[in-house]
Ligand binder design. Structure first.
Ligand code: DX5
Ligand code: ZN
Length: 217
């Protein structure tokens, strides 16, 4: 089943509650919540207080994408603030700390995922993959919404789909960056089942139409 996860990085934060109502009624499956620390990526976005506020106004599934160094420091705090799924980057720390951060999220009863930047090979995820609920392939360099999709990431998506099937895992495969009704078709064909879209959803007035166009691409 294809799931659509609008990234609120491209939403109007002055009316965030209305934006959530819009995507919910438009058929979105997840809220994609991008956290940036100005260190792991060259930008700063939103964090724990905003997540807490959102949790109070919606029961939608919140997919938190941490683009921060040493995610182990904040893994529990994001669980406590209301994340349903916490995804962090395999590049963001040592093997041991990444492994410990996975344990912290699971101990809170939340779903956990690992993300890879465009230049990181899929195989870096394999030592962890059996413990993951989701893997995330970045199809832009993380840090900003509205960038162009990188088609050279499609083989990585295919490779991960193949590996998930080969191992018989119940692990979702998410794609993030430059996803629109055209590139969504490529992602689906490569085996992705969760499609993040920021500017393609929030950049158009009719969010329901955009969500449907991406889902049915
Ligand atoms: C980028 C973020 C993405 C971003 C996607 O670093 O992780 O989630 O918001 O935005 P679009 O869909 O506009 O590329
Ligand atoms: Zn993201």
């Amino acid at each position: 089943m294809i799931k659509i996860a609008p990234s609120i990085l491209s939403a109007d934060f002055s009316r965030l509650g209305n934006e959530i109502t819009d995507i919910r009624s438009g058929g979105a499956d997840y809220i994609h919540f991008d956290v940036m620390d100005g260190e792991f990526v060259p930008n700063i976005s939103i964090g724990i207080p905003v997540l807490k506020s959102l949790r109070k106004i919606t029961d939608m599934f919140i997919d938190v994408h941490l683009m921060i160094t040493t995610p182990l420091r904040f893994a529990k705090a994001f669980c406590d603030a209301g994340a349903d799924l916490v995804v962090f980057h395999v590049e963001a720390d040592s093997y041991q700390n990444i492994s410990d951060a996975i344990d912290v999220v699971k101990a809170q009863g939340k779903k956990v995922g690992l993300a890879v930047k465009p230049r990181t090979p899929a195989a870096v995820l394999y030592p962890f993959i059996e413990r993951l609920d989701l893997v995330l392939v970045m199809t832009v360099e993380p840090g900003f919404g509205g960038q162009s999709f990188m088609p050279d990431q499609l083989p990585k998506i295919k490779e991960l789909r193949h590996e998930i099937e080969r191992r018989g895992l119940d692990c979702e495969l998410e794609v993030d960056g430059g996803v629109d009704p055209v590139t969504a078709k490529l992602c689906k064909a490569a085996g992705a089942n969760v499609l993040v879209a920021g500017s393609a959803v929030f950049g158009k007035a009719d969010r329901a139409a955009q969500i449907a166009a991406i889902r049915n691409a």
